[in-house]
Design a protein around this ligand. Structure first.
Ligand SMILES: NC(=O)c1ccc[n+]([C@@H]2O[C@H](COP(=O)([O-])OP(=O)(O)OC[C@H]3O[C@@H](n4cnc5c(N)ncnc54)[C@H](OP(=O)(O)O)[C@@H]3O)[C@@H](O)[C@H]2O)c1
Length: 185
C-alpha cells in the first residue's frame, strides 16, 4: 500500500534551511551515498512527489547552477497559488488548497510505490493535519542554525522505528501516531 513519507535533512535544532533558504550547511557534510537511509535506495521506492513552491524554486535555482535539466523521473506536484515555470521535459503539475483533494491522484500516480513529501515543513504539517502522513525520515546534520525554515511546525507524537549513522548524520525513521497532541490534553 502506498505510504506518504516526509524524507529530509535537518539541522540538530530542527531547520530545513537557513533564514535565506540556503542549504550550504547541508552540502558541506560528510555523507556515504551507499550508507543507511541513502537517497538512491529511498528514491527507488518513490512513485510521486509533492513539494511547496519555495522548495521547487530552490530546486530550479540549483539546477541552473549544475546544468541539469530536472532531477526527478516521477510525476511531481508543486503546491502553489502562483504561475511558475516548468523545466523542459519535466513532469511537474501544480495544485493548491487542501492536500486531501490531491491524495487520490498522488496515490494513483505512485502505484505500488510511495509518495514523497519533499517539504517544506508546513506542507508536511498539512499532511499530518489531514491524517495523511505515514512516516518521517530525517538525516540530522551536526549543525545548529538558531533560526531558519522549520522541519515540522506542529505538535505531534511520533514513534521511533529505526536509527543509524551515515557519515556526519544521525538518521532516524519515525511512524506517525496519527493523533495531534492537542487532542490528548
Ligand atoms: N533540508 C532539506 O533537505 C530540505 C528539504 C526540503 C526543503 N528544503 C528547503 O526548506 C525551505 C522550505 O521552505 P518553506 O518551508 O518556506 O516552504 P515550501 O513548503 O517549500 O513552500 C511554501 C509555499 O508553498 C506554497 N504552498 C504551500 N502549501 C500550499 C497549499 N496547500 N496550497 C497552495 N500553495 C501552497 C505557498 O506559496 P505560493 O502560493 O506563494 O507559491 C507557500 O508559501 C526551502 O528553502 C527549501 O529549499 C530543504
Amino acid at each position: 500500500m502506498t505510504r506518504t513519507v516526509y524524507y529530509t535533512a535537518t539541522t540538530l535544532d530542527g531547520f530545513l534551511a537557513d533564514p535565506d533558504d540556503s542549504l550550504a550547511w547541508l552540502m558541506r557534510q560528510d555523507l556515504d551515498e551507499e550508507g543507511p537511509q541513502n537517497y538512491g535506495a529511498f528514491i527507488a521506492g518513490i512513485g510521486a512527489l509533492v513539494m511547496g513552491s519555495t522548495t521547487y524554486e530552490w530546486v530550479l535555482d540549483h539546477l541552473g547552477a549544475t546544468g541539469e535539466a530536472w532531477s526527478y523521473a516521477q510525476p511531481t506536484w508543486v503546491m502553489t497559488t502562483r504561475e511558475l515555470a516548468v523545466p523542459e521535459g519535466a513532469d511537474v503539475r501544480f495544485a493548491r488548497g487542501d492536500v486531501r483533494d490531491l491524495q487520490a491522484e498522488l496515490a494513483a500516480a505512485a502505484g505500488d510505490l510511495d509518495v514523497w513529501v519533499v517539504g517544506g515543513g508546513d506542507l508536511a504539517g498539512q499532511y499530518a493535519d489531514a491524517g495523511l502522513l505515514d512516516e518521517v525520515i530525517v538525516s540530522i546534520a551536526p549543525v545548529v542554525l538558531g533560526a531558519g525554515r522549520p522541519l515540522l511546525p506542529r505538535r505531534l507524537d511520533l514513534r521511533l522505528e529505526e536509527t543509524s549513522r551515515n557519515g556526519a548524520f544521525v538518521t532516524a525513521r519515525y511512524s506517525i501516531d496519527g493523533v495531534l497532541l492537542e487532542d490528548r490534553t
